[in-house]
Design a binder for this molecule. Structure first.
Ligand code: SF4
Length: 248
């Protein structure tokens, strides 16, 4: 797999699980708030064999509950991704996939083989091409929106443990109507929703956005309340200050 790095021990990527995180290199989106922007180019990172990941599992196995793959966009490397999850299974680890939802067939294939236990699926904007393009920095988002909708359906159909999340960035994805519309879209299918704080202290793609600073916890609390009003029954915010908090 082409990767940008490995974090041996993470306690924040899948709450309740100590997870070894593999950062897949390459992404098909250009989100303004991207926090791992050096991993966007398809030729970023380096190619490593599963034995490199296996060695890291071996070193940390006593502490680990799970292996997760994030990015970049992991589903752009379907064969390698499958190999990594099969490796996790051999070590009796639970598995997490972080995805932008653009490759529903890859997600479905992994789920049908029982290789993924938990999916963190980004719904980056209301599911229309205009809003999506504004956030993900692409020119034509019709197919993207269809694919994200399909990914959501696939996860719900398979009944996999699911975390739907939106990154809230100042002036980009922090509008009340923006979050209300996302909440309306997902509420018929799913009731749990995570709003995560934009962090300007990372490898942010858009320098202008970086200047705007953190999204405040108060903004996140307000938007979470909006999602609750729309009928989502379990809404969480994630902030630097307080970690994970349940609002609804
Ligand atoms: S934030 Fe957007 S551009 Fe960055 S890795 Fe995720 S999907 Fe790709």
């Amino acid at each position: 797999m082409r990767i940008g790095g490995i974090v041996d021990i993470s306690t924040v990527d899948w709450y309740g699980n100590v997870t070894l995180m593999v950062f897949a290199a390459g992404c098909n989106f250009r989100c303004h708030y991207c926090q791992n922007s050096s991993l966007i180019p398809l030729d970023s990172g380096q190619e490593v064999g599963v034995e490199v990941i296996e060695e890291r599992i071996r070193e940390n196995r006593m502490l680990l509950d799970a292996l997760g793959v994030t990015g970049g966009e992991p589903t752009l490397q379907p064969e390698a991704l499958k190999e990594v999850y099969e490796l996790a299974r051999r070590w009796d680890l639970k598995t997490l996939l972080d995805t932008n939802g653009s490759r529903p067939r890859v997600i479905e294939s992994l789920l049908s083989q029982g290789l993924v236990d938990h999916v963190a699926l980004d719904i980056k904007a209301p599911l229309n091409p205009g809003d999506y393009c504004r956030v993900i920095g692409l020119r034509d988002c019709r197919r993207v929106v269809e694919n994200v909708e399909r990914s959501l359906e696939v996860c719900v159909d398979y009944g996999v443990s699911l975390e739907i999340r939106t990154t809230v960035a100042p002036g980009l994805s922090d509008g009340e109507d923006f979050i209300r519309e996302i909440a309306r879209t997902i509420k018929g299918k799913y009731k749990v929703y995570f709003l995560q704080q934009f962090n300007p202290l990372t490898d942010v793609l858009d320098p202008e956005l970086k200047e705007r600073g953190f999204t405040s916890r108060e903004t996140l609390l307000h938007l979470a309340q909006v999602a609750v009003e729309e009928g989502l029954t379990e809404v969480y915010i994630k902030t630097q200050e307080k970690g994970l908090e349940r609002v609804g």
